[in-house]
Design a protein around this ligand. Sequence first.
Ligand code: XMP
Length: 325
Amino acid sequence: TWTTGNVIEEQVAAIRAQVGAKRAICGLSGGVDSAVAAALVQKAIGSQLTCVYVDHGLMRKGETEQVEKDFVAATGVQLKVVDAQERFLNALAGVSDPEEKRKIIGREFIRVFEQAQAEIIAEAEHGEDVAFLVQGTLYPDVVESGGGTGTANIKSHHNVGGLPEDLEFELVEPLRQLFKDEVRMVGQELGLPDEIVQRQPFPGPGLGIRIVGEVTRERLDLLREADAIAREELTVAGLDRDIWQCPVVLLADVRSVGVQGDGRTYGHPIVLRPVSSEDAMTADWTRMPYEVLAKISTRITNEVADVNRVVLDVTSKPPGTIEWE
Ligand code: XMP
């Protein structure tokens, strides 16, 4: 019979058999899948695993700390954090086109991650033992990609001496038989914090694609504050389970006139995009209580400097996508 206990036991045995006395690397994104995959592998092989977290500066308030502190406390995992905020900001400077932003963020992410992998290999006593890469592939991903499994061949452009031209890793994918809700149950059983296990979907490029316009540090800070307020109020209102996700978007290239205190303001609008969905392929805008919207709007315009207007996106998908970029 299927129980989370059985799944964990089976996977721990399988991981031990696969990795043996060698070493593995796992990239953490802050999302559920990579966290649960890492926790399972950690349970199986302990200190033979090193996790890598690339801090690209595009996460929401508190999310990096959740990985650095709470996830490490819950699992005891060895974690290498790479602070790449400056690098991502520089790469994104002057770029407003959504596809261009995605490309840049993806490219920089791979480079920083590979550099970290190379450093882990260089620092290991037997670098050649670092032979496995953990991935949080789920069953739906397996089906979609035709069921293949195998290796990740990584072209090297790292400036670390003494490494082979290409790094080849064998994949460890302990979630290949699981659906999302099962992954959450396994994560819970492994003692991971609720904030990670129950987290709603969040795009890899993060807040970088929720700023319509150029991404700058100031705009990221502003959006992070507005997003934190919206998330807090949705949680207080008990709406986390009803809402699939609620992107909060900064229209950085738009300004409108407002009035606050004794003066005229000329600030930016924030868009709330609460959606209901089964699988993100289609979605509808969530008919959420006006009182909650009012609370979020009042707080954001009072507490976030330079934001003088909050608007609600009432578009279904299609024709609108969930994200704005
Ligand atoms: P759209 O905007 O296409 O989003 O309706 C559908 C779902 O996918 C998420 N999303 C992403 N997730 N990397 C990700 O990991 C991405 O580049 C990305 N873009 C969109 C989005 O949050 C929604 O859940």
